[in-house]
Design a protein. Structure first.
Length: 120
């Protein structure tokens, strides 16, 4: 999965494969690279527990704020052939439950601190 952000209006677009140059507000969108923001890893890297064939995810190992101006927008599970996304609003709890697949990747996006991921 690739995530692009418009530097002017903040619009986010996620794509399974990049096969064209994505434009917004008249300029190319910027691809976000996970785990590169200088912020508390324990509040952003998805915290994962695997039980049998189920993956329990929360953000993060130390709970992330869910304030009006600083919150987790989504948690995504990327499988070999599909993507499952949970969306969140301020005040909600950023937790998700997925089926387990070896090699899957869990992403989360913080509106202030960007994209984070954990490979399973
Ligand atoms: Fe954050």
């Amino acid at each position: 999965m690739k995530l692009f952000k418009c530097s002017k209006c903040g619009t986010l677009i996620d794509m399974l494969e990049e096969n064209c140059k994505v434009m917004c507000c008249g300029e190319p969108m910027t691809e976000l690279v996970a785990n590169t923001t200088d912020a508390a890893k324990e509040k952003h890297v998805p915290f994962v527990q695997i039980e049998d064939d189920t993956v329990y995810v929360r953000v993060g190992e130390v709970p992330h704020p869910m304030d009006e101006d600083h919150y987790i927008n989504f948690i995504v599970a990327e499988y070999s052939d599909s993507v499952v996304k949970y969306m969140f609003k301020p005040g909600e709890t950023p937790e998700a439950v997925f089926d387990y697949e070896k090699g899957m990747v869990i992403y989360e996006y913080c509106n202030k601190h960007g994209l984070w991921k954990k490979e399973l």
